[in-house]
Design a protein around this ligand. Structure first.
Ligand code: GLP
Length: 241
């Protein structure tokens, strides 16, 4: 694990942007694994700014997002489909036919999950998987106790995660209980991973990921096994290391 600690969130975002840009420039037909969440919004802004300045093109890239809520249609205001369109897809030169997210509103979510895993394999696997981290150590929606050998499937969200994500919904009750998420093993298959965490609220999860035992109790600790994992932190997120 390469752990990079930057002074402030802005510097952490810029460094993460450098890493993503470097990967896309080195391989224009790159397959990017994308993440959602508040942490990622400034990273997408950074990538869009590089794109708008003519420094970066996503025209040849393929993308696979980590996860989607079960039950939400792509045009639901709180869906990750909608998030991705607003934060990134509609703002850069990506070919929309090569952007992928699991569909949360299908009759057979398990079948959709298996199909999604197959699509990642058919695309040749993920070159760079971008990740955030949940306060409880989740990556994607692989909540604590997720098998380290897991593949894309349905996960039940913990109350802690639902409370953290409640701010996007009208109430706790409205916050979805299930998500389709790529698995821990799917994430470990990526040729490189980049986890970005900012702010003190993530400090404890970051410490468990980097310094704790390898354990399904902290799914992000599985990144200790990855030969090419980079963790980019600001001082707040690094404060318990
Ligand atoms: C969600 C996403 C994760 C993300 C996490 C942290 O649960 N499924 O991929 O890492 O939120 O989000 P935030 O950046 O808003 O703290």
């Amino acid at each position: 694990m390469k752990v990079l600690i930057l002074n402030d969130p802005e510097a952490a975002i810029e460094r993460a942007g450098d890493i993503v840009s470097g990967a896309v420039r080195a391989r224009p037909r790159t397959v990017l694994g994308l993440a959602t969440g508040g942490t990622m919004l400034p990273l997408y802004d950074d990538l869009v700014a590089r794109h708008d300045a003519g420094l970066l093109s996503f025209a040849g890239a393929t993308t696979f997002n980590l996860d989607e809520y079960v039950g939400l249609a792509p045009d639901h205001p709180c869906s990750y489909h909608r998030y991705m369109r607003q934060a990134f897809f509609d703002r850069v030169d990506l070919d929309r036919a090569r952007t992928h997210l699991p569909r949360g509103d299908v009759a057979d979510p398990q079948g959709e999950a298996e199909d999604y895993e197959r699509r990642i394999t058919e695309a040749g696997g993920i070159d760079l998987q971008i990740l955030g981290i949940g306060r409880n150590g989740h990556i994607g929606f692989n909540e604590p106790t997720a098998s380290l050998g897991s593949r894309t499937r349905i996960k039940t969200l913990t109350d802690d995660t639902r409370r953290a994500n409640q701010r996007y919904f009208s109430s706790f009750e409205e916050t979805p209980r299930y998500a389709i998420t790529i698995g821990v093993a799917t994430i470990l298959d990526a040729r490189a991973t980049l986890l970005l965490a900012t702010g003190e609220a993530k400090a404890e999860a970051v410490a468990r990921m980097v310094e704790g035992p390898l354990s399904a109790a902290c799914p992000a600790s599985a990144l200790q096994l990855h030969p090419n994992a980079t963790i980019v932190l600001d001082a707040g997120a690094a404060s318990s290391l």
